[in-house]
Design a protein around this ligand. Structure first.
Ligand code: PEP
Ligand code: MN
Length: 340
C-alpha cells in the first residue's frame, strides 16, 4: 500500500483478495502496510488490485517462503517473548538488545529449576529455558517431568519474571505448554513436523523454531512459513548446529547463516552454542562469535552441577561460566553496535 493509505483502502484490498480465493495477511510496518496474498495459484487478476486506490504496487514474492521473507517486510521483526500473556512488560528478541535465554537442558526438579532461574536472572538472562518434554535418542533415557516440570517452570516465572521457553514435542502437548509457558520451542527433530507447526501457528505464543540438523536454510524458512501462514508471526529462528563429518564437536555451528538469514528474512535469529558444540568450554567463544555475526539472541544451557545433570551436562555451563560469558559478550555487543 502507498505510504499513508487509509484503513478503508486497506480493507477494500483485503476484501478483493478474499474474493479472489486468496488468503490475506496484513503486515503493518513502520514505513508501509503490506497486504500479503497467499495462494498456490498465480495471481490471475493482478490489474484489479493494481488500480485500487491506495495501492502502490503489486509484486510477486520470488522466495518460496513469503511471510518470512524480507521481500514482504523490510524492517527486522521484534518478537515479544510473552506474546499473549503480559504484552506490555514482555522482554523481546529482535531489537538492539541481544536477548539471552538460559537454563538447564531438562527440568529435573523444583529446587533445581528455581535455584538456576534466580541465578540466570541475576546474571542478566531475559528468559529461562528448561525441557519438560524431552526428545531423547533412547527410549530408556530420562524423558522429562512433563506437566510437573511445566508447573515448576511457571513457578520460576512467578518468582523471577523470566519468560519461560520450553519444548513442545507433539500436538497434544501444545495446549498444556501454552497454559504454563511463554515461548514454545520446536526442537530440531520436529522442524518438519508439519502438523505440529500448523498447531503452534494457531496459537498466539512466541515460537522458537530450531533448525533441523540436516535442514537447508530454505527448508528452515519454509518451516517458519508454516507457522506464520496459520496466523502466528511471532517466530524466532534458532541455529543449533548441523550434522557434518566432523566429530570433535557434537554439531557443527554454521554462523554464516546468521547474516544470511537476516538478508533473506525479517525474523530474528538466535544461536544455541550449547547444542552447536556439545562442549561447555567451547560455548563462551561461540557466544561471542554469534553476537559478532549479528545474532539477536542466544540460548544457552546452564546447570548448577553439570556433572550430575540428567541431560546434556557436558555442554552445560556452570553459573560462574555463564556470568563470565555475559561479561565478555557485552564487549563484543558494543563493538557491533548492540547491547546485552
Ligand atoms: C534442547 O534444546 O534441549 C534440544 C533438545 O535441542 P535440539 O532440538 O536443538 O536438539
Ligand atoms: Mn539439551
Amino acid at each position: 500500500m502507498k505510504n499513508g493509505s487509509s484503513s478503508a483502502q486497506i480493507e477494500h484490498v483485503v476484501k478483493l483478495v478474499k474474493e479472489m480465493g486468496l488468503k490475506d495477511h496484513v503486515i503493518v510496518g513502520e514505513e508501509r502496510t503490506v497486504v500479503a496474498c497467499i495462494g498456490s495459484d498465480r495471481l490471475k487478476n493482478r490489474g484489479a488490485l493494481e488500480t485500487c486506490e491506495g495501492v502502490d504496487k503489486v509484486v510477486p514474492i520470488l522466495a518460496p517462503y513469503k511471510m518470512a521473507s524480507r521481500e514482504v517486510k523490510k524492517e527486522q521483526s521484534v518478537i515479544p517473548l510473552m506474546a499473549g500473556r503480559m504484552n506490555d512488560k514482555s522482554p523481546v528478541i529482535g531489537g538492539k538488545k541481544v536477548g539471552v535465554i538460559a537454563g538447564p537442558c531438562s527440568v529435573e526438579g523444583r529446587s533445581q529449576i528455581l535455584e538456576i532461574a534466580h541465578m540466570m536472572k541475576e546474571a542478566g538472562a531475559i528468559g529461562l529455558r528448561g525441557g519438560a518434554f524431552k526428545p531423547r535418542t533412547s527410549p530408556y533415557a530420562f524423558q522429562g517431568l512433563a506437566v510437573e516440570g511445566l508447573k515448576y517452570l511457571a513457578e520460576a516465572r512467578e518468582q523471577t519474571g523470566l519468560a519461560i521457553v520450553t519444548e513442545v514435542m507433539s500436538i497434544d502437548q501444545v495446549d498444556v505448554c501454552c497454559e504454563y509457558a511463554d515461548v514454545l520451542q520446536i526442537g530440531a527433530r520436529n522442524m518438519q513436523n508439519f502438523n505440529l507447526l500448523n498447531k503452534v501457528g494457531e496459537t498466539k505464543k512466541a515460537v522458537l523454531l530450531k533448525r533441523g540438523m540436516s535442514a537447508t536454510l530454505e527448508e528452515f524458512l519454509l518451516a517458519a512459513e508454516y507457522i506464520m501462514a496459520r496466523g502466528n508471526s511471532n517466530v524466532i529462528l534458532c541455529e543449533r548446529g548441523i550434522r557434518t563429518f566432523e566429530d570433535y564437536v557434537r554439531n557443527t555451528l554454521p554462523l554464516a547463516i546468521v547474516p544470511e538469514l537476516h538478508r533473506v528474512s525479517h525474523l530474528p535469529v538466535v544461536v544455541d552454542p550449547s547444542h552447536g558444540t556439545g562442549k561447555s568450554y567451547l560455548v563462551e567463544s561461540m557466544c561471542k562469535a554469534s553476537v559478532a555475526a549479528g545474532a539477536d539472541g542466544l540460548i544457552v544451557e546452564t546447570h548448577a552441577d553439570p556433572e550430575h545433570a540428567f541431560t546434556d551436562g557436558a555442554q552445560s555451563m556452570t553459573p560462574a561460566m555463564f556470568t563470565d560469558m555475559m561479561t565478555s559478550i557485552k564487549r563484543v555487543a558494543t563493538a557491533v553496535d548492540r547491547e546485552v
